[in-house]
Design a protein around this ligand. Structure first.
Ligand SMILES: *Cc1c(COP(=O)(O)O)cnc(C)c1O
Length: 376
């Protein structure tokens, strides 16, 4: 008897050389949050993302957002605009700094922050006497936000952008890679992301001073002195040289991982696209999504739950779209500018298994279960 294995939403997928680079760390005894793997991993991200960007490898994407906001001058009492439809890690660092998140709803075209609502929010906050200090915009599930519209708003009101590219390494707009559009970009290498170091992140900026400040803050903010001298509160956010070895190997297969995830999406679309109950989010002209997670919009909350449970019965993991931050208990008192879009996406949206290591049999099993549920 054949036993079916569990199909996960998004599981790690190692390439060929990860263990070799980790072994190098052991052989040379660079078992520390610095060393050759860290430098080489940073260099490989730099040459992948864009000419002239500077990258600091860190212990998590969350830490990278924390440092980015601090470097851009966010401090206690400030307001920071943040996409509401996202993972909580986009918003939590605003609270670490004692600032207040102001949430902005998504638009249907990209599921990301609406430029129209963003500008409305900025004008309203300014009229209330408080100009926001930064904007956290997110390329959700790998689909880019409207980078040009956002840049225009950022320049017009002189408010910097933290580009949360945690889900979007390998995505691009007009051939320019995500993580290079904002004043500071951030990446995540958590276990479920498109490539992983088991846990890790990076800060990306065209401004070399941003990287230097990030490294200073991430390594306990030591002043230039022979003894331990501190005139600033520091953090312990640097990436381990052991984990950076995994990252080096993963960067070598990144393009394959993007291709595999995009092909998952195309398979779902080809197999389910004819059903009137199911919608897919298409790429706008010039937009290229890494399709980190393949998501569908079902006809209703009830149908979404029905599908989720049906898949679960067959040991297939799926997940509702992120619950918007303005609906989260921890942020219930935060100001928000919403028009109901993210609420509806949350109610009707489902993320399907999307790993780059899914087999054709896995994909067939998932699609058959969905078709059985919807056509029986
Ligand atoms: C994963 C993720 C983060 C956080 O990254 P970690 O490395 O897990 O700390 C931030 N923002 C978004 C949108 C994410 O999906």
């Amino acid at each position: 008897m054949e036993t079916q294995t569990k199909i996960w939403l998004s599981s790690p997928h190692m390439g060929t050389n990860e263990q070799t680079y980790v072994a190098e760390a052991f052989k040379t005894n660079w078992i520390a949050p610095l060393g050759p793997n860290v430098n080489l991993f940073e260099e490989s991200i730099q040459s992948y993302v864009a000419n002239g960007v500077h990258v600091a490898a860190l212990s998590s994407g969350t830490g990278a957002i924390h440092l980015a906001l601090e470097i851009l001058g966010v401090s206690s009492g400030d307001e920071v605009l943040c996409q509401s439809l996202t993972f909580s890690a986009s918003a939590n660092p605003i609270k670490y700094l004692g600032a207040t998140p102001v949430f902005v709803d998504s638009e249907k075209d990209t599921w990301n922050i609406s430029p129209i609502l963003l500008e409305k929010a900025i004008k309203d906050r300014i009229s209330k006497g408080k100009k926001p200090k930064a904007i956290v915009a997110v390329h959700l599930y790998g689909m880019p936000y409207k980078v040009h519209e956002l840049s225009e708003i950022s320049i017009k009101y002189d408010i910097p952008i933290v580009e949360d590219s945690a889900e979007a390494l390998g995505s691009s707009v007009d051939g320019i890679n995500c993580a290079s559009f904002g004043d500071i970009g951030i990446l995540s290498f958590n276990g479920n992301k498109i490539i992983t170091t088991s846990g890790g992140g990076a800060l990306v900026s065209k401004n070399k001073a941003h990287k230097e400040k990030a490294l200073f803050l991430a390594t306990q903010a030591r002043d230039d002195a022979p003894h331990y001298q501190h005139s600033h509160v520091g953090y312990n956010y640097r990436m381990s040289n052991v984990l950076a070895g995994i990252g080096r190997g993963q960067m070598e297969v990144l393009d394959d991982r993007v291709a595999a995830r995009r092909s998952n999406f195309e398979f779902y679309k080809a197999s389910l696209g004819h059903l009137k109950e199911i919608e897919f989010l298409n790429e706008r002209e010039g937009f290229f999504s890494n399709r980190w997670l393949s998501c569908i919009l079902t006809a209703s909350y009830e149908m979404r739950e029905r599908l989720r449970y049906a898949l679960l019965e067959d040991d297939i993991e799926s997940r509702p779209i992120w619950k918007p931050m303005h609906l989260q208990p921890i942020f219930k008192n935060a100001p928000n500018y919403s028009d109901g879009t993210s609420e509806e996406l949350f109610e009707r949206g489902l993320c399907l298994p999307s790993g780059s290591n899914l087999t054709n049999q896995d994909l067939d099993r998932i699609v058959s279960r969905i078709l059985k549920e919807l056509t029986q």
